[in-house]
Design a protein around this ligand. Structure first.
Ligand code: OOG
Ligand code: MG
Length: 262
């Protein structure tokens, strides 16, 4: 850590303003080149506290940059995490407004819903044992940085580009399904836009939850029972705009559809 407390609060405010008004900003390391990953998570924590002070509730967490297609697309080679609040949730079949987003992109992810606390250094088996069910999800990300270009420190401070998320499809118990071989197809306006399989996510999506719980430990948090956890995009993210319809189909787990409007 290298930034003082005032700088952390200033950066959190800068990010919150960009998120609230959908106005792009320079990446934070342009002005604070000494910023570390630990500083970035301090900014993310200040942002989380500010949203909570405004009445939003943290309902879960997301892992990001956990697949090779995402790392290649974004030019970042390490995963990270972000928080999810009730205000970011949208239902299946929702029309998602894009006028309060800068340059949204859609991702398909395997989500975990936990039934027991997880903390510290956990194993894949411990994650699976603590998982009530897994479920399809779509994440709408929206980097607050100009041109959707960032480095690891900047994107973590921007809550890992979190914007909206949708859960749907058919929930499955982790023991019923091979979590590595879930095929996914993303259709944009009826055309196949991306496809992949869940093993793209760190070899096994539960390992993204292992990583996430480890980062939570480093920032002094645990993953409480009842959390909704997204394990990270399986394919590269797809840019979306008003008028688009996106369907994510998950093998043996149903599908989720969202439409985008002004
Ligand atoms: C960072 C967030 C990535 C994922 O699922 O990989 C992410 C970004 O690409 O803007 O949510
Ligand atoms: Mg994501």
């Amino acid at each position: 850590m290298s930034l003082d407390h005032d700088a952390i609060l200033r950066l959190a405010e800068r990010v919150e303003t960009a998120q609230t008004y959908a106005t792009p900003i320079r990446k934070l390391t342009d002005d604070y080149p000494a910023m570390t990953v630990a500083d970035a998570y301090r900014v993310q924590t200040a942002l989380r506290r500010s949203y909570e002070a405004r009445g939003q509730r943290v309902v879960g967490w997301k892992a990001g940059l956990t697949s090779r297609p995402k790392m290649v697309q974004m030019g970042v080679d390490k995963p990270g995490i972000g928080f999810l609040t009730d205000a970011m949730a949208r239902p299946d079949n929702a029309v998602i407004s894009v006028s309060d987003l800068i340059h949204p992109r859609a991702e398909c992810e395997i989500a975990f819903v936990t039934g027991a606390d997880l903390s510290g250094h956990v194993t894949r088996e411990e994650v699976l044992a603590a998982t009530d069910y897994i479920q399809p999800s779509i994440e709408i990300i929206d980097s607050r940085f100009t041109g959707f270009k960032f480095d690891l420190e900047s994107v973590l401070a921007d809550n890992s580009s979190s914007a909206r998320f949708i859960a749907g499809g058919r929930p499955r118990r982790p023991a019923e399904i091979d979590l590595r071989t879930i095929g996914v197809v993303m259709e944009l306006n009826g055309e196949i836009a991306a496809l992949g399989a869940s093993a793209e996510v760190l070899g096994h999506p539960a390992d993204a939850v292992v990583m996430l719980v480890g980062v939570l430990h480093e920032i002094g948090e645990i993953l409480p029972a009842g959390s909704f956890v997204m394990s990270g995009a399986i394919t590269a993210a797809i840019p979306v705009k008003a008028g688009d319809a996106l369907t994510a189909r998950f093998l043996d787990m149903g599908s989720i559809t969202v439409r985008f409007g002004e």
